[in-house]
Design a protein around this ligand. Structure first.
Ligand SMILES: Cc1cc2nc3c(=O)[nH]c(=O)nc-3n(C[C@H](O)[C@H](O)[C@H](O)COP(=O)(O)OP(=O)(O)OC[C@H]3O[C@@H](n4cnc5c(N)ncnc54)[C@H](O)[C@@H]3O)c2cc1C
Length: 570
């Protein structure tokens, strides 16, 4: 007699010493529901993973409470029912996924609204990641994560050309450090052949010839030449700007608080600033996508946050660093992360990480000494000639929005017609973004939308001027035309007043210190904003016609000044 999904999960729990907690397990149409109490958060996560590991399980709703963890206090912002607009489609969340979808939909004659709860686009995971456009070789074949990664990678080159976003095929070299693990190389090559992903196997000598800064202790390696690097935040901004240029209406500081339906069909999207009538809503709310999905009436899946910490190094130390991104492949690696790597951002900063830490707190972007040390211990020996302690310039963390099946959850809601959930978009979400947007377009068509071409759609976005990278002659010409390009605001990164003003007045205006930083690199240099912050405050106050006390780091609540100071415009 074949066992039911619930019986198998009970056995898995028993094998993993979770049976003493008497957890309630139920299943309906492929979704598993877990209820009860455990001692620790890692046990709650393990239970979710065990349930999600079964092929028959398509989603896990994990309501386990852990005694060592403060229960999640999710206070929903008050909604405002007053009607503020109508849209054919409302996209929730202006991370790379929501922005890519909005731009894809703007190729058709549709009224599209993109709502973002923060004060800028790109404030979630899309601003805090490695920027790697993975080849797809590490993803489990036959999953959405694999298929959309491979397709996304193929679309990138043309996309970044259209959107004027940095992109380069960096390749990736992955090292085998133990003789007895060299057989893994044949398995990787076989997978590459099956999936049409170019893979080259290298002997120890070939690997060292290709990248001399690597440790001589390596035993073998493979390269994935289709791997590339981009700037995740520049891409997200570019997607959103191009969407706006093509008619999408962007609402910042606008948080979706509820969804309303009549006879099971979506009619309204309610936000803190008012509501939109619509018949289709796309939920691309990242780490909060399960909370937004639940607004349709039922819980369909749970997101469990997984933090990743990263270290950024000074550009000036690039010379001693490996030029090709590097990873390590080993038996027994954490199955839920590719283990991080070393790479160089498109701005030329070496970058190491990320870690992978399960956290109960969706907003936990703290960086710990333990995390930093773990990254340094791992990669110090890989690139022995590089001195990480001397070169660290900054560190940061992002939170992956993982589901317990560890698969992308891209499908119409089972609870409300007119809602499409685009959730669980952890890595390789950036690499897959262009393909996810294509897939969502198919789902929109399946909802009965007639997709009529937008004849005025212009895929090309004019990039933002970077004074520092212009030849001297061009710099002089520019300053003659507009002397504000001769006024340096940030010394370390050589950002001019002209560039700051450009950022404030672009299709997606930069209204905070961090928003200007993402567009210009102001404050990203060695002094990390020590010199330029007061000057930037003054510029923002002047251009936005606001008192200095209203200028914030990244939106309401992060204002820098409490009351008037001696700081005065020139
Ligand atoms: C440390 C780290 C490293 C990574 N490295 C890579 C990599 O190298 N390559 C790769 O392919 N992928 C990588 N990823 C994964 C990648 O960053 C994500 O897959 C991708 O950014 C997800 O984009 P998103 O738009 O779904 O989410 P987000 O960028 O988080 O966007 C969701 C947006 O929704 C908004 N929102 C939430 N709730 C609401 C609401 N109620 N109303 C309105 N707005 C709302 C949020 O404010 C947010 O802006 C990494 C992730 C991390 C954390």
């Amino acid at each position: 007699m074949t066992k039911s999904t619930v019986e198998i999960i009970h056995e898995l729990f028993s094998d993993n010493k979770l049976d003493s907690f008497n957890l309630k397990i139920s299943e309906s149409k492929g979704t598993v529901f877990l209820e009860g109490n455990v001692d620790r958060w890692d046990q709650a996560v393990m239970a979710g993973h065990l349930a999600g590991s079964l092929r028959s399980v398509t989603a896990v709703v994990n309501d386990l409470m852990a005694a060592d963890t403060v229960p999640e206090l999710f206070i929903r912002t008050a909604g405002e029912d007053r009607l503020i607009g109508h849209a054919d489609v409302v996209v929730i969340g202006a991370g790379v996924i929501g922005s890519a979808i909005a731009r894809e939909l703007s190729k058709f004659s549709l009224d599209i609204v993109l709502v973002e709860k923060e004060s800028d686009v790109c404030c979630g995971a899309s601003k805090a990641n490695n920027g790697m456009v993975h080849s797809g070789i590490i993803q489990e074949p036959d999953t959405l994560r694999s298929k959309l990664n491979i397709r996304g990678n193929m679309l990138y080159e043309n996309l970044c050309r259209e959107l004027a976003v940095p992109f380069y095929r960096s390749s990736l070299i992955t090292l085998i450090m133990k003789e007895e693990e060299l057989f893994l190389l044949d398995l990787v090559k076989a997978r590459g052949d099956a999936l049409d992903i170019p893979i080259e196997i290298l002997s120890r000598e070939e690997a060292l010839n290709l990248e001399p800064s690597l440790t001589p202790d390596l035993k073998g390696a493979f390269t994935a030449p289709s791997t590339a690097m981009t700037s995740p935040y520049k891409l997200t901004i570019a997607y959103a700007e191009n969407a706006v240029e093509n008619g999408v209406k962007l609402f910042l500081n606008t948080e979706v608080t509820g969804l309303k339906a009549e006879r099971g069909k979506l009619t309204r999207v309610v936000t803190n600033r008012g509501s939109f009538t619509t018949r289709l809503c796309i939920n691309a709310a990242g780490i909060y996508a399960d909370k937004v999905a639940e607004m349709a009436g039922k819980r369909e899946f749970t997101i469990h946050p997984r933090k990743g910490e990263l270290i950024l190094f000074d550009q000036v130390d690039f010379e001693n660093h490996a030029k090709i991104p590097t990873g390590i492949l080993a038996i027994g690696q954490d199955p839920y992360t590719k283990g991080g790597g070393s790479m160089v951002t498109t701005d030329g900063n070496p970058e190491w990480g990320p870690t992978a830490i399960e956290t109960a707190d969706r907003e936990d972007t703290s960086v710990t000494l333990e995390g930093i040390n773990r990254i340094i211990d791992k990669f110090n020996s890989v690139i022995p000639g590089f001195n990480p302690q001397k070169s660290i310039i900054s560190f940061f963390a992002g939170v992956r929005a993982a589901t317990y099946t560890e698969e992308f959850h891209i499908k119409p809601s089972a609870s409300m017609k007119g809602l499409i959930n685009v959730a669980g978009i952890q890595s390789p979400g950036l690499a897959a973004a262009p393909a996810i947007a294509e897939m969502v377009l198919e789902l929109v068509a399946a909802e009965g939308f007639e997709l009529i071409e937008n004849k005025s759609f212009n895929p090309v976005r004019k990039g933002q001027l970077r004074f520092k990278s212009l030849p001297l002659r061009k710099k002089k010409e520019l300053i003659t035309r507009n002397p504000l390009y001769g006024q340096l605001v940030c010394r370390c990164e050589q950002v001019t007043e002209g560039e700051v003003l450009d950022s404030i007045h672009r299709p997606v205006p930069a209204l905070t210190l961090d928003a200007i930083k993402r567009r210009t690199r102001i404050g990203m240099g060695r002094c990390q904003g020590g010199f330029c912050t007061p000057r930037l405050l003054l510029l923002l106050a002047r251009e936005l016609h606001l008192p200095l006390e209203d200028i914030s780091k990244d939106g309401p609540g992060s204002e820098l000044l409490l009351r008037p100071t001696k700081l005065k415009p020139d």
